[in-house]
Design a binder for this molecule. Structure first.
Ligand code: KG4
Ligand code: ZN
Length: 339
């Protein structure tokens, strides 16, 4: 079964053709990063307009690269939530138009579910159940993946997402957008113990995160140094800050895996590209004798191949949308499917 998959939840317009959830026949991404770089972050209205301009061309490229015509496609999958509403609406409406004109089923795909599914493409034999740490620009979750379409949130951030905190720290250090990636690069020769970072406390759930205090700490340290005319060592600061975020993420992940009895761990989302996070997870899994799944770097950020993968399993579970499908800026990963 071949799916045409569409992703437009943030600043990448992406279309892919994916066979049976695992085999990527084509995956085309038009990134808007150079334009948003001018403003230091994603400007939602610009993102929507660029999606509208490029979505038809990117779809044609994806079909051509897969050596397919629309007649060869069996269903249309589209990211419908969560994300920037204006950006999502471009993909959703385009997918609805395609579904209406071809009569093909329309499959709604949750963005975080698709990030997890990036692992199904990298590891053809990976099947649920497993535990996933989903870390992106907007979300930080520890999730039980009970089946392809059954999820249970064990822990989540109470305030900022990990990616959001990394982006903000990078910006304060004067690093260009996209912050997380440039912070990762800057940290490569840094000392993780050079700057002392607070250890955030979260009352209530032992698996929840809080990153806003860490973010404020790094901003204050930099501003104080600037006022005193002192220089900040960017490599050391980047390494110390990323380490603080990674410690929070991995401590809770390890605790959750032990408590819930998982020995298969999968990372997902844009921040799963981070070199320190990947290395620390490798160490933890090695120490415990667990199996670690890391999506290949090209599948960590937003792309449509992962939408085509998750879309296949949504289709098998009967998650088919009607043509009044709407985009949603927020939607929990464990939402109820209306059949
Ligand atoms: O999943 P994603 O591409 O988009 C959302 O769904 O939000 O995640 C984007 C986030 C951004 O915060 C970006 O800075 C972060 O992922 N990111 C990284 C790295 N590459 C991207 N963070 C740390 N290290 C990286 N190498
Ligand atoms: Zn994403």
């Amino acid at each position: 079964m071949k799916l045409l998959a569409i992703e437009s939840s943030c600043d990448e317009t992406a279309v892919a053709v994916v066979e049976n959830g695992r085999n990527v026949l084509s995956s085309v991404i038009a990134s808007q990063v150079e334009e948003h770089k001018l403003y230091g972050g994603v400007v939602p209205e610009i993102a929507s307009r660029r999606h509208a301009e490029s979505i038809v061309g990117i779809t044609n490229q994806a079909l051509e690269a897969a050596n397919c015509k629309l007649e060869d496609i069996d269903a249309i999958a589209v990211t419908h939530a969560p994300g920037l509403i204006g950006a999502l609406l471009v993909g959703v409406n385009f997918a609805k138009g395609l579904s209406m004109s071809t009569g093909l089923p329309l499959i709604p795909v949750h963005h975080l579910r698709s990030h997890i599914a990036a692992n199904y493409i990298t590891y053809k034999d990976l099947e649920p159940p497993f535990l996933s740490l989903v870390v992106s620009g907007g979300h930080s979750h520890i999730i039980e993946v009970k089946s392809y379409t059954d999820f249970n949130i064990i822990g989540k951030t109470r305030d900022d997402a990990a990616g959001e905190a990394l982006d903000k720290a990078a910006r304060t250090m004067g690093l260009p957008y996209p912050g997380g990636l440039n912070l990762d690069k800057a940290s490569q020769n840094g000392n993780i113990n050079a700057y002392k970072m607070p250890r955030p406390r979260v009352d209530g759930s032992e698996y929840d995160f809080s990153f806003s205090g860490l973010k404020t700490a790094v901003i204050n340290t930099i501003h104080n140094a600037q006022q005193k005319g002192e220089n900040i060592d960017v490599a050391d600061m980047a390494a110390s800050f990323i380490n603080a975020v990674v410690v929070c993420l991995t401590e809770n992940l390890e605790k959750a895996a032990k408590e819930y009895g998982y020995t298969k761990i999968a990372l997902a989302g844009g921040v799963s590209a981070n070199s320190m996070l990947r290395a620390r997870c490798e160490q933890i899994c090695k120490n415990n004798g667990w199996q670690l799944y890391l999506p290949e770097l090209s599948l960590c950020g937003d792309n449509a191949a992962m939408v085509g993968s998750q879309g296949y399993y949504e289709y098998l579970a009967g998650n088919i949308a009607k043509l009044d499908l709407n985009a949603k800026a927020s939607l929990p990963i464990d939402y109820e499917i209306c059949k």
